[in-house]
Design a protein around this ligand. Structure first.
Ligand code: IVH
Length: 683
């Protein structure tokens, strides 16, 4: 193709694709099929690759991303990006209206529009071309995410229309449509299932809601990935002088004519009564929208009035967000069943007649404990109200007593473990019933293993709940230390286990031996010792023996460790079974010694300021243990012998070159035996 011809074609394709984008994304009125669109886009990309000199700065091909940004530049906002005051009550809305009227000395018409649940963005255009996109950040400065934003098809790269302002800033919300979110989670689930993860692990890794996902997506470093996530945007704020329009309503219409997508309905309301009606209308409508809204924004329409009202330090006085309370639904309680957790806690779960709530079907809800059931006086067959708080696990909030079936009897909490029939115990002052059969109760054993391998503990992601269940059932393992004794021959012949998956499982287990002490401590599943407590303990007591020796006074001296945690730790070390398990884990080479960054130094830190190298194979201690111990003694451990090295701890079979080099530059060399004689062994 001749260059001139190519240039004409590139210009034509760019224009056409921009027009179709707008028809599709801003006006929701496409005139060509997706395939035809893709064909035009492909032709444009091909031509631009061959004739890059003709690529336009606002080419629609930028929408497919590909730019890798290393990190985002922080940019100051020209004007702060404020947030909005919000309320859940019509009464407070009336107060807002009163304040507005008093300050202005007259009534002010409002506009009402959906409050989109996404991520705020500020967009800068120069002579109609998109220059810069900045996130809200802390309100004063945000991240420059232009390359990522350019992939969002409802944001025009070039504005259309006449009389465009030379400089323009608009603000709006980037969001992920519900269907895109569901599709993304559907695909993520498939991938994780293929990797052998179980339901709990999958739940852990799935995206939590469209807002978090949109926010995470905008921060991705690879804009090609952003393009795949199909984000969208609405513009709800046009900044500038009166030439842009004297009312918010006018400005939004203008933004629409320039090619922006604007909120579905920006309704004009003469007074507060109209506003309240509009809020009611949208309360119903919102469930059917293709994106999440968490309320309605009420704005004084007249820009001069807005300026007169001004802002507080945090939010404008001319706008307020009305938020809808969490959605509730009523359904009937079919059954209550009991789950036994890894600590033996028995949790009641409500089995419900499936019901739609905030866009998903709910079949189960947590009932917390026996007191919760008693307080609600729950009975089978009851009609119960359920609610989704912050879009996670739904909860039962109340019972409709008017609909209670006549024969419904009060619910009696079981006296024996539903899994192993051991009598349940309840400690004084505790709401939870426990099964005390720690070593024999199957769900507890499984729960402990699942916890042990979980992401924040030993992170053995090649072992899912299903696999662990099978290993327990086949008697291959009983406790965590048994995992380290597994061999390939023991797994051959298990249904569904091929050479490769066996290899992966064993490699995952082996790799976990490198996990630091605080993770091992967390993985042990000592009651009340969560991730943060484990870190604090590892810092205060850098070896497992120091922790074991600590009495209650020493334990509670640590920040955030109270009597309950201290007692639980003491109880753990008082049980022979736990001590045997610890010894086995230690023999398998797990790390029971804190690394420098997580521990206090040894009291006299004899190797402080020294650089040490560990090389070869050791018989009485594992390499990670030895490294951690050297750090505990104050040394910095590096990988190779250099002029800075002070000490080489030489195990068996170490490379002769390394030894020669160390000898040549006069590094102190200690064998394993000599080292232990001098410094002792990590306990
Ligand atoms: S107006 C200076 N309108 O809600 C006033 N904000 O909770 C600018 N939001 O930071 C905000 N939909 O990210 C406005 N129709 C809408 C909105 C909206 C969503 C977000 C926005 C703001 C946050 C405050």
């Amino acid at each position: 193709m001749e260059p001139k011809q190519a240039q004409d074609r590139i210009n034509y394709l760019s224009r056409e694709l921009t027009r179709h984008n707008q028809l599709y994304y801003a006006l929701d009125a496409p005139v060509i099929s997706d395939q035809s669109f893709d064909a035009l886009l492909k032709e444009l990309i091909d031509l631009e690759t061959r004739f890059p000199e003709f690529k336009q700065p606002d080419s629609p091909s930028q929408r497919v991303g590909g730019e890798i940004t290393r990190k985002f530049i922080v940019v100051a906002h020209k004007r702060p990006m404020q947030s909005l005051d919000n309320t859940y009550s019509p009464e407070e809305l009336r107060d807002f209206d009163r304040r507005v009227r008093e300050a202005l000395g007259q009534a002010a018409p409002y506009v009402c529009e959906p409050k989109i649940d996404g991520v705020a963005i500020s967009l800068h255009y120069k002579n109609g071309l998109l220059q810069q996109a900045i996130t809200r950040g802390n309100g004063l400065e945000g991240d420059e995410v232009t390359a990522n934003v350019k992939t969002i098809k409802s944001i025009p790269l070039r504005l259309t229309g006449d009389n465009l302002p030379e400089d323009l800033e608009v603000r709006g919300e980037i969001f992920m449509p519900k269907s895109v979110f569901e599709q993304l989670n559907h695909e993520t689930r498939k991938t994780l299932l293929d990797e052998g993860l179980d339901e709990e692990q999958i739940q852990d890794r799935l995206w939590k809601n469209p807002r978090n996902t949109a926010s995470g997506t905008l921060k991705l470093q690879d804009s090609a990935l952003v393009a795949k996530r199909k984000l969208e945007a609405f513009i709800y704020y046009v900044i500038g002088d009166e030439r842009l329009g004297r009312t918010h309503f006018e400005r939004i219409q203008k933004a629409k004519s320039w090619g922006f997508r604007v909120p579905e309905a920006v309704s004009f309301c003469q007074n507060l009564e109209d506003v309240l009606k509009e809020i009611e209308v949208w309360k119903e409508k919102r469930a059917h929208l293709s994106y999440d809204i968490d309320g309605m924004v009420v704005k004084v329409d007249n820009i001069a009035f807005q300026e007169e009202l001004g802002s507080t330090a945090k939010a404008p006085r001319w706008a307020i967000a009305f938020k809808y309370a969490a959605e509730q639904a009523i359904t009937s309680l079919k059954e209550i069943y009991f789950q036994v957790g890894r600590t033996g806690a028995v949790t009641p779960v409500a089995q419900l007649k499936p019901v739609q709530l905030a866009g998903t079907t709910v079949k189960r809800a947590s009932l917390h404990n026996a007191d919760f059931i008693a307080a609600l006086d729950l009975r089978l067959g009851d009609s119960v109200w359920i609610e989704k708080g912050g879009d996670i696990i739904p909860k039962v909030v109340s019972v409709d007593l008017n609909q209670r079936p006549k024969q419904a009897e009060a619910f009696v909490f079981p006296t024996h473990c539903p899994a192993c029939a051991t009598p349940l115990v309840r400690e004084t002052g505790e709401a939870v019933f426990f099964c005390p059969n720690q070593t024999g109760c199957a769900p507890q054993k499984l729960g402990r293993l699942v916890h042990f391998v979980s992401k924040k503990a030993m992170d053995i992601d090649t072992l899912g709940e299903k696999t662990l269940h099978l290993f327990l059932e086949k008697g291959l393992v009983s406790t965590a230390s048994d995992l380290y004794g597994l061999e390939a021959a023991m797994l051959h012949g298990l249904e569904g286990f091929k050479e490769k998956s066996i290899h992966n499982i064993l490699a995952g287990i082996e790799a976990s031996k490198k996990q630091p002490f605080h993770r091992v401590l967390f993985a042990l599943g000592i009651r009340h010792v969560g991730e943060t407590v484990a870190k604090k303990l590892a810092k205060a007591f850098p070896t497992i023996d120091a922790l074991r020796a600590a009495d209650e006074t020493a334990l509670v001296a640590v920040e955030d460790i109270g009597a309950v945690i201290a007692q639980s730790i003491r109880l753990f070390f008082a049980q022979d079974g736990n001590l045997r398990e610890l010894q086995r884990l230690r023999n398998f080479g797990l790390c029971f010694l804190a690394k420098l960054e997580e521990q206090a130094l040894a009291p006299d830190a004899p190797l402080v300021n020294q650089v040490a190298v560990v090389s070869g194979v050791f018989s009485q201690v594992s390499r990670p243990q030895l490294t951690a111990y050297l750090e505990y003694l104050g040394a910095k451990v590096t990988g190779s012998v250099t002029g800075k090295t002070n000490l080489l701890v030489a195990g068996e079979n170490m490379g002769p070159a390394k030894r020669q080099k160390a000898e040549k530059i006069g590094v102190r060399i200690l064998s394993e035996k000599e080292f232990i004689q001098t410094y002792g062994l990590p306990s």
